[in-house]
Ligand binder design. Structure first.
Ligand code: F6P
Length: 363
């Protein structure tokens, strides 16, 4: 048996752990593993790949990025804009199938986010035996409670907030930290709560600058002269406005960003307090994965191989209630997993005095 593995879309801490897990599990079964380079692009004839065995993957778990390389553009993009699905041309899929046939690949593991899993699903429907593995720092894939990469991104946010805290306090300033997450606020919520942010602005809870300013004034009146604000790049004002760096990127999706600077400017205008902004950007994607992301990645890779062994194609590895299992890829794509504004974690945040920008501060 020979299987293929590829990762597609943005890189994510823990990708190498998935590769390590899949290669290890396949090797135990006596299978060969072909790793395709640069996402689905590696499937185009004659195929851009490397043979993977445990001697090649030893020590990669601790590395950020992916030894296979990746891309979020190219011939196989199946998603454009906010959730609009496009079909990968049949001619492109046929070319990929030619490579897989030529290399005698019996199954293909696709590690990717919502867009890449949509491509994986299309390939599956056109006859490729695909197993999906969810990958996203944004933690926004339906049908899995968690994906590897998220914990590492949150750890980076927390580290940044710890650093910003001391400088904000010394200068009695407001500091606004813009974090990633696209249309989901998980990174901002978890990072903000763990890093002791005073204000957290999410895409799921439209905010009003007046409420944010009141919260800062109230803190000042109580002798807390510095404030840390975490704003998700996809956070929306009550007016519904979303700040975009570029309308359409090369992969057909809007590039978000700029909200941190906007919020900082408005805070300074409304409160007269010296305010700075900081955008964490791709620091959240790079670097060594946390222990949790490594173990999740390895388990996902091992489960992907187990699903192949069981012939459960068209399925995606999923993490639910502390167990790694599987769901249909169909169930997982086309629906973002977002923060519920009335969830327990948001209520816990409100109860400890965090302002989410949707209401005046409580007394
Ligand atoms: O989906 C992961 C993510 O890091 C988002 O949080 C962010 O908006 C986007 O990718 C950035 O993409 P790129 O690397 O193409 O700038």
């Amino acid at each position: 048996m020979r299987i293929g593995i590829l990762n597609s879309g943005g890189d994510c801490p823990g990708l190498n752990a998935v590769i390590h897990g899949a290669v290890g599990a396949a090797h135990t079964l006596g299978w060969e593993v072909v790793g395709f380079r640069d996402g689905f692009e590696g499937l185009l004839p004659p195929g851009d790949y490397m043979m993977l065995d445990p001697s090649r993957t030893i020590g990669i778990m601790k590395l950020g990025g992916t030894i296979l390389g990746t891309t979020n553009k190219g011939h196989f993009v199946a998603k454009v804009g906010e959730g609009n699905v496009s079909e990968v041309p049949k001619e492109i899929v046929d070319r990929a199938k030619t490579t897989l046939k030529h290399l005698e690949i019996g199954a293909l593991i696709v590690v990717g986010g919502d867009g890449s899993l949509t491509t994986g699903l299309q390939l599956y429907r056109m006859g490729v035996p695909v197993i999906g593995v969810p990958k996203t720092i944004d933690n926004d894939i339906q049908a899995t409670a968690m994906s590897f990469g998220f914990d590492s991104a949150v750890a980076t946010v927390v580290d940044a907030l710890d650093r910003l805290h001391t400088t904000a306090e010394s200068h009695k300033r407001v500091i606004v930290l813009e974090v990633m997450g696209r249309h989901a606020g998980w990174i901002a919520l978890y990072g903000g709560m763990a890093g002791g942010a005073d204000v957290i602005l999410l895409p799921e809870i439209p905010f009003n600058m007046e409420h944010v300013a009141s919260a800062i004034r109230q803190r000042d009146a109580r002798g807390m002269h510095s404030t840390l604000v975490v704003v998700a790049e996809g956070a929306r004002m009550e007016s519904g406005e979303l700040l975009k760096k570029e309308k359409i990127s090369s992969k057909g999706e809007d590039r978000l960003g700029g909200i941190g600077e906007y919020v900082a400017k408005r805070i300074e205008e409304l409160t007269n307090k010296e305010t700075r902004s900081c955008t964490l950007g791709h620091l959240q994607r790079g670097g060594s994965p946390t222990a949790l992301d490594r173990i999740l990645g390895v388990r996902f890779g091992a489960m992907a191989v187990s699903l192949i062994e069981q012939g459960k194609f068209g399925r995606m590895v999923s993490y639910q209630q502390y167990q790694v299992g599987d769901v249909s890829i169909e169930e997982a794509v086309n629906q973002l997993r977002t923060v519920q504004p009335d969830s327990e974690i948001v209520r816990a945040g409100r109860s400890i005095g965090i302002c989410f920008g949707d209401a005046p501060p409580m007394n």
